[in-house]
Design a protein around this ligand. Structure first.
Ligand code: NAD
Length: 499
């Protein structure tokens, strides 16, 4: 088995074969915590995209996977889960070195990835259609759910293998074939998934993996007429261009996009729980989370105590060596992201928000002198400030004060996004009332956890459309076919041609 430390040169997976890019091109992949080069990655060309789509198309049209018995598909998907579980330590380390996230975070993701493949292994045999009331007495009607076809799965860099698994697992379970395109900066675990899929018995061409240095690979995949559906996770801006480009060939599209999610802390909240949960909600994965609860709205009566305890505890969080199991905040994954966080902190100050924590780089020591780390940061802000409205995607919290429930709901909903929210209150009726009023895909009451296998996840408003996880997601990898059967005694002769 390849270990995380020995992998240096990667290839593309096309039609069941590992191969170089068609022009032999590669690009360099770096560990963002140390600045060290960790791999030369195959840099796919447009020709490679076309070849991968053709391989997926052939595997689909030849019926290699879509017509495989659902129980057999379930076994292969389950075997993938088992192989990932067996190699979880190695894959987690690979993810850490590619992304800069902490080993604790990566191990948690690996567990969720195994759960995801197991969940959809079970779902594969429950992809039911319906038996419908006969439209007229001489006809039976039923529906079957057929796989949608070739899926282009495009994922970002913040949870590379996790977000790939959210697409690959339901797509495989439904009988689709796939071209998976990881982010250029975090390609390594997608390659590992390709290896495991082959070992698990997936027929050739069913899962293809394309790595590439530029955005053009994803754009080309969206344009390819041989692709039936695009399952995309990334920024709202890119999501809009994906939706527009996919419209040219009327591809099915699901979009998991950005967010600026609120945590609403009411006077009657359990203070300690709300602080612990809110710290995790915003600083988990160094804040590079689509569902980060980065807008912390706090009721006036508890505001001062909440903010002071939050800041006190945030100062105790360990930023640094991602491979140390004690570290809570790892590296920022890419230069542009680091620059964006810095710029937003400057914007916050210029707008008149008050920096009460961090707002500066973190320097964890000589071994990480070439890495990119940012201190847990918090601002007291107004909801109109850009830092309280725009997605920063870093460890930056804003505190905004509110007076009553109606104002809290109005502030929470005053956003173009609607991905997730947390509500902190010991009043069960209020917490559920507020949960209903918030326009977002998930609301977590008295917990920061908004994502579980089996629980649908996705956005309202500009956070996207469609859902991932959950059984309804399987439907988004299928087409409904209606089957009508004539059961009358005499042949159907609507024109009366045999009279
Ligand atoms: P991004 O939009 O820049 O890129 C996402 C992926 O799309 C990458 O693989 C990229 O190469 C590819 N891509 C870029 N341009 C493309 C194009 N024109 N056509 C097709 N593909 C293209 O996003 P990112 O910076 O990698 O990730 C961060 C963003 O992802 C944040 O906005 C975050 O909120 C969002 N995100 C959302 C979720 C969710 O479930 N809602 C989860 C994680 C991240």
């Amino acid at each position: 088995m390849t270990t995380a430390s020995t992998l240096t040169k990667t290839q593309l997976l096309v039609g069941g074969e590992w191969r170089e890019a068609s022009d032999g091109g590669t690009y360099e992949d770096f560990n963002p915590a140390t600045g060290e080069k960790i791999a030369d990655v195959a840099d796919a060309t447009g020709e490679d995209v076309a070849a991968a789509v053709a391989a997926a198309r052939k595997a689909f049209d030849a019926g290699r996977w879509p017509t495989t018995a659902a129980s057999r598909r379930a076994k292969v998907v389950y075997r993938i889960a088992q192989l990932i579980a067996e190699r979880a330590g190695d894959i987690a380390l690979r993810e850490v070195r590619d992304n800069g996230k902490t080993i604790a975070t990566a191990k948690g993701e690996l567990s969720a990835i195994v759960d995801c493949f197991e969940f959809y292994a079970g779902a594969a045999t429950k992809n039911y259609g319906d038996t419908l009331p006969p439209p007229i007495p001489t006809h039976l009607a039923s529906t079957v759910r057929e796989p949608v076809g070739v899926v282009g799965a495009i994922v970002p860099w913040n949870f590379p293998l996790l977000l790939a698994s959210w697409k690959v697992a339901p797509a495989l379970a439904a009988g689709c074939t796939i071209v998976l395109k990881p982010s250029s900066v975090t390609p390594l675990t997608a390659i590992e998934l390709g290896r495991i899929a082959i070992e698990a018995g997936l027929p050739e061409g069913v899962l293809n993996v394309l790595t590439g240095a530029t955005r053009s690979i994803g754009a080309r995949l969206v344009e390819e007429p041989g692709v039936d559906k695009i399952a995309f996770t990334g920024s709202t801006a890119t999501g809009k261009s994906v939706a527009a480009a996919a419209a040219a060939t009327l591809k099915r599209v699901t979009l998991e996009l950005g967010g600026k999610s609120p945590a609403l802390v009411f006077d009657d909240a359990d203070l300690a729980a709300a602080v612990a949960g809110s710290l995790y909600g915003v600083y988990y994965n160094a804040g590079q989370c689509c569902e980060a609860r980065s807008r912390i709205l706090v009721q006036a009566g508890i505001y001062d105590r909440f903010v002071s305890l939050f800041v006190e505890k945030a100062k105790l969080l360990r930023v640094g060596d991602p491979e140390d199991p004690q570290t809570q905040i790892g590296a920022i994954t890419l230069d542009e992201q680091y620059a964006k966080i810095k710029e937003y902190c400057e914007i916050g100050v210029a707008e008149g928000a008050r920096a009460i924590l961090g707002a500066a780089p973190s320097t964890p020591g000589d071994a990480f002198a070439n890495g990119m780390f940012w201190s847990p940061t918090a601002f007291e802000a107004a909801n109109t400030h850009r830092i309280a409205r725009e997605e920063i995607f870093g460890p930056v919290a804003t505190f905004v004060r509110f007076s009553d429930e109606a104002e809290a709901i109005a502030l929470a909903n005053a956003s173009p996004y609607g991905l997730a929210a947390s509500v902190w209150s010991t009043n069960v009726a209020r917490a559920n009332r507020v949960a209903r009023a918030i326009r977002s895909g998930s609301v977590a009451i008295n917990t920061p956890y908004a994502v579980f296998p089996g629980v649908p996840f996705g956005g309202f408003k500009e956070s996207g459309y469609g859902r991932e996880l959950g059984t309804e997601t399987m439907r988004l990898y299928t087409e409904t076919k209606s089957v009508l059967t004539y059961i009358g005694e005499k042949p159907v002769d609507p024109f009366g041609v045999h009279k």
